[in-house]
Ligand binder design. Structure first.
Ligand code: GAL
Length: 803
């Protein structure tokens, strides 16, 4: 939910405010501008890695601490060490305790308002104080939460201090890299004493057809003033072009001091512009709390109008169309950023996923940043919103099982209230591979109470669970699976299909699946199987198990966004556009498709190479695999045809055994005799130059906007040199920073916060952020190679994109 609007004109907002709340130690000047309802509170925090007494006290001397802007993940700053207690699970990155403090002033006029701090995610076990007064504790690092500051604030010239202690020192606490610190955005929210509650607007669309959508808006209003107040709700709906298409004014209600009241308004759009993955049209619901003609508070909620359901025989339907969920699982880190991920990094990643035909995301195995879901709304992704990786039975000594009893209900409710307006969210998952199911009676009790929370908080969405070896724990016989609205199972596709065959009314979905053909065919061929979520879309930090590996390379794409070869195979299955892609295979897959994650660690041996530069230059045979959805593919080497092959009915790759000779390998795909796609590989010479490509020409100075500058080391003809490991040095001039560097190398322990990086398989990258308007120039150089530069124009403003 966005809360963008300033407080309306009226007695409380006539004397108002200096808007730059986010800056520290500024005298609180008065101005006539309206008070912004929500401002970024990310800038100018003080940070100290370690613990000390009295840090929460307002007067604590923090002048020597490091100053930084949020979001901030200090774990990603390293260093990597096999001694770090997070172990391979945490990517061998450090854990511990850290403190953040922010000093700020507020004008006197704020004294008449209610002031809140919203934290989107703090990893982990956060404690928050204002001016020395304790506000609260949240153990789960993935939930968003709010505290009210009002009674403890000082106004005018006086300074206030928010202090936040984060503690993830007890390790291992996670099976993957979690990060550490205030790694998501923070906002200051200022309202009238009579205001919409936090996450207090709930929009549902009980009837949606091509002709008409009924839109029901429920608003919870709280009266924090000292008198009974008489208010009504004015609600309007704006279509994707911004035109008002419907409005309603509720009855007036009296709300006694200290109480809340629920309002309900009926609106419509006729005909509606429906939301669907190919055309994610967004409407806006504007809710205003009005008293005697004066607007006291207002929020905006983006919504999508769509009807969807799961069907036991035919899977997933949206707006009358039967589609499959072509999904991937993600973890919340993005390589060198760690857990503090700029939104444009996600935008880039989701764009790449779209390009291979993906339409769905599983937020494995925890709630994501709220703006991630906004992005999915805008880009048309369907989201499985997962809450937990364990219940009462832990998978690590210090994971969520320690908090489940006390916090699971609250964390689930808070997440659902936060997320329930997103059109992208189509299903909740109560947990991943939950080990409690070994004791079915206890597990069913827990699942029952979680499902109750989901359904009471959001009656419109189904709930699933990523079942873990259900045939071992008899989930299909003991009733547990049938408590779920949609039965989800990780891997073992034959088992879930058999479970459906046994009980045809079961709706089924693959919650986690491997990339291989054996997992693809049941998806392709079983109409009941609503979808699959591949493990994973991108390589992720942690779950590495054995030093020197620091990340898990199960992605379609690596940490930097370079596609692994299997991404092309996936595109040939998922994608609609004709495509062809050449790959060299150097051996047979060694892993058996049983239960990934529960096998002993096996060092991954790379078997697929997207080059025609094998290490052995002597005459030998190469296995060439071609991924293509074309009817026919013809292969040729140095202009000599090596015959054409038709598309196999089982979607397996087309394979040629090719006597190696350096030169040009070419695959040409045709449909109906017409050439529709080609791919070419050329043998490389020695490394001669650096080639740079940048994904954007402009940036704003918003923290959430970054530019990816990719290095490829090429020979003098511009062919990538896949063996190149040159150290590349980056120099940035102009108003910006190199936010991270990376190469995707799973075994590199170089720092991500550096200005140099060794190339891995001929590639590396630098990610650049602007800090103010101006021209940024990034130069990449390396001994013995000709260097290269790119320029990016940075403009203002970007600052308050995420209030
Ligand atoms: C799954 C698990 C994932 C991840 C994966 C590794 O069983 O749900 O979180 O651990 O294995 O292959």
């Amino acid at each position: 939910m966005k809360q963008l609007s300033p407080l309306g004109a009226g007695p409380l907002s006539t004397v108002v405010v200096f808007a730059l709340l986010a800056l520290t130690r500024l005298p609180a000047a008065e101005s006539k501008a309206p008070i912004p309802r929500s401002v970024s509170f990310d800038a100018a925090w003080k940070f100290f890695k370690g613990d000390a007494d009295q840090v929460e006290k307002a007067g604590y001397p923090d002048q020597d601490w490091r100053q930084l802007d949020l979001p901030h993940d200090w774990s990603i700053e390293g260093p990597f060490s096999p001694e770090n207690k997070t172990g391979g699970a945490g990517g061998f990155l450090p854990a511990g305790i850290g403190w953040y403090r922010k000093t700020f002033s507020l004008p006197e006029s704020y004294a008449k308002h209610r002031v809140f701090i919203d934290l989107d995610g703090v990893m982990a076990n956060s404690d928050v104080w204002i001016n020395g007064t304790f506000l609260g504790h949240r153990p789960y690092g993935y939930v968003s939460f709010r505290y009210e500051l009002t009674p403890h604030l000082l106004f005018g010239e006086k300074e206030n201090v928010v202090a936040v202690r984060v503690d993830n020192s007890a390790q291992p606490a996670s099976r993957w890299y979690s990060g550490a610190g205030i790694y998501r955005h923070v906002r200051l929210v200022v309202t009238d004493p009579v205001h919409l509650e936090h996450w207090g607007t709930f929009v549902t669309t009980p009837e949606v057809s091509a002709k008409k959508a009924r839109i029901v808006v429920q608003n919870m209003v709280v009266n924090q003033s000292t008198q009974t107040r008489k208010v009504a709700l004015q609600v309007s709906v704006l279509d994707p072009k911004g035109e008002k298409v419907s409005s309603a004014t509720s009855e007036t209600k009296q709300i006694p001091a200290g109480k809340s009241a629920q309002f309900k308004s009926e609106l419509s759009a006729a005909p509606p512009h429906l939301w669907n993955p190919d055309d994610p049209a967004l409407y806006k619901v504007v809710s205003q709390v009005v008293e005697a003609g004066r607007t006291l508070d207002e929020d905006e909620t983006e919504v999508g109008l769509r009807e969807y359901h799961f069907d036991p025989d035919t899977g997933f339907w949206i707006n009358g169309k039967n589609i499959k969920l072509k999904g991937v699982c993600l973890h919340h880190d993005a390589g060198g950023f760690g857990a503090a991920v700029p939104l444009s990094a996600w935008e880039r990643r989701l764009t790449q996923l779209k390009e291979v035909g993906c339409n769905a995301i599983r937020t494995s195995h925890n709630p994501y940043a709220p703006e991630f879901l906004d992005l999915c709304d805008r880009m048309g992704f369907l989201v499985m919103d997962e809450i937990l990786d364990c219940w009462k039975v832990g998978k690590n000594p210090y994971d969520y099982h320690l908090y489940f009893e006390e916090w699971a209900g609250r964390d689930t409710r808070d997440t659902v209230i936060r997320d329930r307006n997103h059109p992208s969210v189509i299903i909740y998952s109560a947990g991943n591979e939950i080990h409690d199911t070994r004791k079915p009676d206890a597990a069913k009790q827990i699942l029952g109470s979680l499902i109750q929370v989901f359904h009471e908080t959001d009656p419109t969405r189904p709930v699933t669970q990523a079942l873990f070896r259900p045939n071992v724990t008899h989930d299909y016989e003991n009733g547990l699976a049938d408590m779920l609205d949609v039965v989800g199972q990780n891997y073992r596709e034959k088992e879930i299909l058999a479970a459906h065959e046994t009980k045809l009314q079961r709706k089924i979905i693959g919650t986690e699946n491997r990339h291989e053909l054996a997992a693809w065919l049941p998806f392709r061929d079983s109409p009941a199987y609503a979808g699959q979520f591949l493990w994973t879309g991108f390589d992720y930090l942690g779950e590495a198990r054995t030093w020197p590996a620091i990340s898990r390379d199960t992605g379609l794409f690596d940490r930097t966004g370079s596609p692994h070869e299997i991404a092309y195979q996936r595109k040939s299955w998922w994608g609609a556009e004709p495509m062809v892609h050449l790959t060299r295979r150097t051996g047979a897959d060694a892993l058996t498709p049983t239960d990934p994650g529960y096998e002993p660690y096996q060092k991954r041996v790379q078997l697929l190479f997207g080059d025609w530069s094998p290490q052995n230059p002597d005459p030998h045979e190469e296995t060439v695999e071609v991924y293509s959805n074309c009817e026919s593919v013809e292969l040729s080497l140095n202009g000599q045809s090596l015959e054409a092959k038709d598309r196999p009915a089982d979607d397996s790759p087309r394979v040629w055994i090719v006597p190696y000779a350096p030169g040009t390998l070419k695959a040409v795909g045709s449909n109906g005799g017409k050439v529709v796609a080609t791919d070419v590989l050329e043998t490389s010479g020695t490394a001669a130059r650096i080639n740079l490509s940048c994904d954007r020409k402009t940036l704003t100075d918003d923290w959430d906007e970054v530019a990816y500058v990719r290095v490829t080391i090429q020979d003098e003809n511009g062919v990538l040199v896949p063996t190149a490991e040159n150290e590349v040095r980056f120099e940035l001039s102009g108003p910006g920073v190199i936010a991270a560097v990376d190469s995707g190398d799973n075994e590199s322990h170089e720092s991500f916060q550096a200005h140099e990086r060794k190339a891995f398989q001929g590639r590396c990258l630098a990610i650049v952020r602007a800090t103010s308007p101006g021209t940024l120039k990034l130069t990449a150089s390396s001994a013995g190679l000709s260097s290269s530069s790119v320029t990016i124009e940075a403009s203002a403003p970007g600052r308050d994109r995420h209030p």
